[in-house]
Design a protein around this ligand. Structure first.
Ligand code: AMP
Length: 143
C-alpha cells in the first residue's frame, strides 16, 4: 500500500469508528476515538484514531491533525498517571513501507519500562480482561 490511493471504507478502524467492530474504548469525542491496541507492544498501548476519513497523516487536514496531537499528549499523560511508566513512545506510520498495517490514520501511545522489552509490532493478542482493566485506569486518569 503506497502513500497515495483511495481510502478503503472497510478497513478495521473505519468499522470500529462506525461501531461495526468492537474495541476496548478509553475515550471518545468529536475528533478522535481512543482504544486499546489488541496486539500491544507493551501493557497500556493505546491508539488515538482521528475520526476524519484519512489513510495517513499526509491526507489529514491540519485542523484534524492538531486536534489529534492534543489528544495524543492527553493520552500520554493519562498513561503516565495510570501506569507509572519510565517512558512513553509515540509513533505514527505512513505507508506499508514505513510499517503501517491499518490504512486509517492513527497514533500509537506506548508506555515503556526499563526491564520490559518492547513487543513485536502487531504481535500476540492481549487478554481482553487485562485490556479492559488498563482502559478503565487510563480513562480515570484523563484530565
Ligand atoms: P500500524 O502498523 O501503525 O498501522 O498499526 C496498526 C495497529 O493496529 C497495530 O498495532 C495492531 O496491533 C492494531 N490493531 C489491528 N487490529 C486491531 C483491532 N481490531 N483493535 C485494536 N487494535 C488493532
Amino acid at each position: 500500500m503506497s502513500l497515495d490511493g483511495a481510502y478503503d471504507d472497510d478497513n478495521i478502524f473505519a468499522k470500529i469508528l462506525r461501531g461495526e467492530a468492537p474495541c476496548v474504548k478509553v475515550h471518545e469525542d468529536g475528533d478522535v476515538l481512543c482504544f486499546m491496541d489488541i496486539f500491544p507492544q507493551s501493557p497500556g498501548h493505546v491508539l488515538v484514531v482521528p475520526k476524519a476519513r484519512a489513510r495517513n497523516m499526509l491526507d489529514l487536514d491540519d485542523g484534524a491533525l492538531k486536534a489529534a496531537v492534543v489528544q495524543v499528549k492527553r493520552m500520554a499523560k493519562a498513561v503516565k498517571t495510570a501506569l507509572d511508566p519510565e517512558g512513553v513512545v509515540v509513533t505514527q506510520f505512513n505507508g506499508a513501507q514505513a510499517g503501517q498495517t491499518v490504512f486509517h490514520i492513527h497514533f500509537h501511545v506506548i508506555p515503556r519500562w526499563r526491564h520490559q522489552p518492547l513487543g513485536r509490532h502487531g504481535g500476540g493478542q492481549a487478554d481482553m480482561d487485562e485490556l479492559k482493566q488498563q482502559a478503565a485506569k487510563i480513562a480515570a486518569a484523563l484530565d
